[in-house]
Write a protein that binds this ligand. Sequence first.
Ligand SMILES: [Ca+2]
Length: 204
Amino acid sequence: MSAPNCAIRPALTAMLMTVPPTAVPVDEGLEACEFDANRRLRGDDIKQANGSGAHARFRVSYAGPSGSGRYWDVAVSTGPQARGFCFQTSTVGWRMVGGDPVLAKRMLKLIRWVQDVDGDGHDELVVRDSFPLSTDASLASYGITAFAYDLLGDQFVLDAASTGSLQREIAAAYEQAVGRERRDSSSQGRRRRAAQLLRQCAAK
Ligand SMILES: [Ca+2]
């Protein structure tokens, strides 16, 4: 599915919608998602992502980021009754992005929760995530990536082609940030490394 030398892997290749919605991945038994009456994540300061297509087939509600790990709580649901799932993901890699406003603006566009990545008129669910630049990475040495999922029947399935095109665009964003900097710094080295790892994964 992904390139053999790819070190950036999604937590899940498929996410099943259930009634009632349950948290994925399923680690120790089924944990129910906390939904409100509007089938959105329950809690304060919940935001909703809107898709680009005219006919929204699913809802994404989310809260975050929180804590030093920049965790997001995300819920996906469809239909008049609450059918869906929820999960947590981290953008700890934003530490390497936030200091560069141009890079940050471009990255925010690339990691939107709902996008029609391949332009076929159907929205994909886009899960933002982070990946370590080395095996013993500190919190400052994580890159940002995104995984695209297609809604197929009762589940969201990893879309390798759309994921690859997002990863190539994210790599290009890192590379442009490196190109803008005149003097070399450790952060530039990390951005270069992030772009390299993303390119390896997105190789066709
Ligand atoms: Ca699409």
